[in-house]
Structures are given as structure tokens and as C-alpha cells.
Design a protein around this ligand. Structure first.
Ligand code: GAL
Length: 410
């Protein structure tokens, strides 16, 4: 018996080669549409290839649904391994409270500061010189998606810009086609208004409102012209009885709607539906009026965990998300642009190529999420939910309330 104990003692004392443990990380996000799920799979595959394990924490619904759940888990002592927020100020208070892992070592080692373009994406992640998130894409809201089939059925040419789209609305309606598809959620209605602001009013007008928060300007005649365009839009979308953004995109895919103002995450839905840009659908950046892209999109934050293995896996995941191969595989499926300029996206479709060209030319504006505090964004979103659903609210009434919210924003 003694010899057995001795043998076991010896065995236990032998240092086994250190095998990296496969660490599970729960990753929360709101990417549940067909295109979004295809893109998430690329992130998961890349992380799993490191020997760790992506535990998917998809939260159904929009970002407006998911973010409060994410925030309450982080502040309530039930943190996930990593979580999505949009570029900008949504996680600002959590960063300031010291609840996220400092990624500066990874970012410095991999020289993110030299790679990430535009630099504002990394600045959004930075507090007191330390980096607390990894930007993973650039999503621009500034797009109009048109169903070529719908306009063919209506007997009119596919519009080259917003104004031609508005003029084609009666022909679409006569053909039994909803001119504008739009989900009945505040972020979608406000998002569409902001795209009209950039397209119809111009980039400077958008920045005077969201960056300068100039209430007097927001109440003025230039912005009144945007509210007139929004009045056209809400009439064109009156029969769009869907909730989720991708249901509205499906109306364009199925030619039951003429078009949709939506961010370029809609690309993923056209791809999953097997449709080709320029063939079944047409994309107009900046509504065909002001070809810019806005730097919306997504970054991942890593709550501090009291677990060295998980903390090490968080650094691995951050590095994987920034890696060239992941940036290509993920963004091609997501319909977004990569955050680094040194990757080959030659296989991207025509619409993404248009976006890449606009980015390369520097026609870029920051998103409202990057420029204005989240609470004010929410209040403005709610105002446009009312404006787009309650036709008794006049453009003049809406503009008065909008200007007041702009004036009180941070
Ligand atoms: C945005 C996000 C995109 C997209 C969209 C719809 O906030 O940046 O990645 O998925 O929501 O879910």
C-alpha cells in the first residue's frame, strides 16, 4: 500500500505540460436577424479557433431592448464575458465607474492606434488614456435601399435620389406597393429622420444640431425643410405595419415596398436572401443627395471578472476581433466596413464598395450616438416615434419639441 501512495505522490509532483484551458466566454449582443446571425458566427468561429469557447448570449429585439439588460447585469454583479454597445457614449458611465477591463496592453501590443480608421472609433473607447473597448465595424445609417422589382411593377424608373423616390410614391401606391418600409420602433423612426437631415439638409446642418446642439438653429428654417421631408416620409410609410427593422427590409426584398431608409446592416439581409446589389436592389448612399457615411457601428466591452483564465480569454477575444482575417470575414457578412484600412475587401459587393470609396475620400461624419448623450438620444427617438405614428402632430409642433431637446442635450 505504501508503494502505491509513493507512486501517486511522485505522479502528482510531476509538472504536467501546461495545456491552455479552453475558457468559456459569454458574449451578449442584439444581432438576431439572418444577416446578423451569419456575421456573429464568424466572430464565434474565430474565437473558438483559439481553443476557447464563444458562448452566445444573443438578446432578441433591438439595441434599445438589449442595452438595459446588459447594463443591469454588469451593475448587478452578473457580468458577461463581453458585450456589444454602439460606438460612442452608451457605455460611458460604466467605463467611468471602472467596470470594464482595461485593454490598453492588447491595443498597444497590436498598435491599434495606427490601424483603426477613423481614429474617432478608438477615441470613443478611450478614457484617461486607457482603452476600454474594441471597435469591430463601421455601420453607416446613411443609405436608401430600393427594390428594383417594385418600381418595375409600378412602371417607373428606379429613383436616383430621395426627391425622385418621393415623386414615385403615387405610382407605387397605385400598384399596391407601400412606398417606404419602416419598423414601428423609435430608433428606426429617429434614425430615418437623421438620415433625411444629412441627405436633405447636409452634413453641416446635422453637425450644428447633434454636435453643437444649437437649439436656435434646430428651430430654424433649414431644419424646417427636413421636417417637411420627414412629413413626406411618414405618409409614405403609413401602411408599413411591421416592428423589427429586418421585417421592413424583407418588404423591400419581396418588392412589397419600394424602399427603406436603414443602416447598411440591411446588406446582410439582402445577402441571406441571395439578392445582388444592382440586380434585385439598388443602394443610394446619402439618399443620392449627399454621399457621406456616418461612423455608427459596434464595439465590444469586457466587464471585469474575478477569474484570471476568463480575463486572459477576454484579451484573446479582443485581439481576435481586431485581427485582419476576422475583420474581413465578419464585415463581409455584416454589411459593415472594417475598422482597419489594411485588409482586402475586394470581394465586397457594389454597395460596400461605394461605402469604402466614400470612407477613403473622407466624406465621413460622426453618428448621433457619438455626439449626443444617450438620454437625449432616447428622448429624441421617442419624439419621432410619436411624429411618425400620430399624424395629428404637425411638423411645426414636432420641430419645436425637437429644438428644446437639442438645447437640453449634453
Ligand atoms: C445597430 C448596430 C448594428 C445593427 C443594428 C440593428 O445599433 O450597430 O450592428 O445590427 O443595430 O440591429
Amino acid at each position: 500500500m505504501k508503494s502505491m501512495n509513493l507512486a501517486l505522490g511522485l505522479l502528482a509532483s510531476v509538472a504536467l505540460p501546461s495545456v491552455a484551458l479552453a475558457t468559456d466566454l459569454e458574449v451578449t449582443h442584439w444581432w438576431t436577424s439572418g444577416g446578423e446571425a451569419a456575421a456573429v458566427a464568424e466572430l464565434a468561429t474565430a474565437f473558438d479557433a483559439t481553443g476557447n469557447k464563444w458562448v452566445d448570449g444573443a438578446i432578441a429585439g433591438s439595441g434599445d431592448t438589449a442595452r438595459p439588460i446588459m447594463i443591469s447585469r454588469i451593475t448587478g454583479g452578473d457580468p458577461m464575458g463581453a458585450t456589444q454597445f454602439n460606438h460612442g457614449r452608451q457605455a460611458q458611465e460604466l467605463v467611468e465607474a471602472g467596470l470594464f477591463r482595461d485593454l490598453t496592453d492588447v491595443a498597444t501590443r497590436e498598435n491599434w492606434a495606427a490601424l483603426v480608421n477613423p481614429p474617432t472609433l478608438l477615441e470613443n473607447c478611450t478614457l484617461d488614456g486607457k482603452i476600454y473597448c474594441v471597435p469591430v465595424n463601421i455601420h453607416s445609417w446613411q443609405w436608401l435601399w430600393l427594390s428594383n422589382g417594385a418600381f418595375e411593377k409600378a412602371g417607373v424608373a428606379v429613383p436616383a435620389n430621395w426627391n425622385e423616390f418621393v415623386a414615385a410614391a403615387p405610382a407605387l401606391e397605385a400598384a399596391g406597393i407601400t412606398p417606404l418600409a419602416m419598423g414601428k420602433q423609435p430608433w428606426q423612426q429617429a434614425g430615418a429622420f437623421n438620415v433625411l437631415m444629412v441627405g436633405v439638409g447636409g452634413s453641416d446642418l446635422f453637425l450644428k444640431v447633434y454636435k453643437d446642439k444649437d437649439a436656435a438653429f434646430a428651430a430654424g428654417p433649414e431644419v424646417a425643410a427636413v421636417f417637411k421631408a420627414a412629413d413626406d416620409a411618414r405618409k409614405m410609410a403609413a401602411k408599413s405595419n411591421v416592428q423589427n427593422w429586418n421585417e421592413a427590409t424583407s418588404m423591400v426584398i419581396n418588392a412589397t415596398a419600394g424602399g427603406q431608409i436603414m443602416g447598411d446592416w440591411a446588406q446582410g439581409e439582402f445577402q441571406v436572401a441571395g439578392q445582388t446589389a444592382g440586380k434585385e436592389y439598388t443602394c443610394l448612399p446619402g439618399l443620392g443627395l449627399n454621399e457621406v457615411i456616418s461612423t455608427g457601428g459596434d464595439a465590444f466591452y469586457f466587464p471585469k471578472l474575478d477569474d484570471p483564465e476568463k480575463s486572459a480569454a477576454q484579451d484573446v477575444l479582443a485581439s481576435v476581433m481586431m485581427a485582419p482575417a476576422t475583420q474581413v470575414a465578419f464585415n463581409l457578412k455584416k454589411g459593415s466596413l472594417p475598422v482597419r484600412g489594411d485588409v482586402d475587401l475586394s470581394t465586397a459587393n457594389d454597395c460596400m464598395q461605394k461605402g469604402l470609396k466614400i470612407l477613403a475620400e473622407g466624406h465621413v461624419i460622426q453618428s448621433s450616438d457619438e455626439l449626443m448623450d444617450p438620454d437625449s438620444i432616447t428622448q429624441i427617438n421617442d419624439l419621432f416615434a410619436t411624429f411618425f405614428s400620430d399624424m395629428s402632430m404637425t411638423p411645426e409642433d414636432a420641430q419645436k419639441q425637437f429644438a428644446a431637446l437639442v438645447g437640453s442635450a449634453q
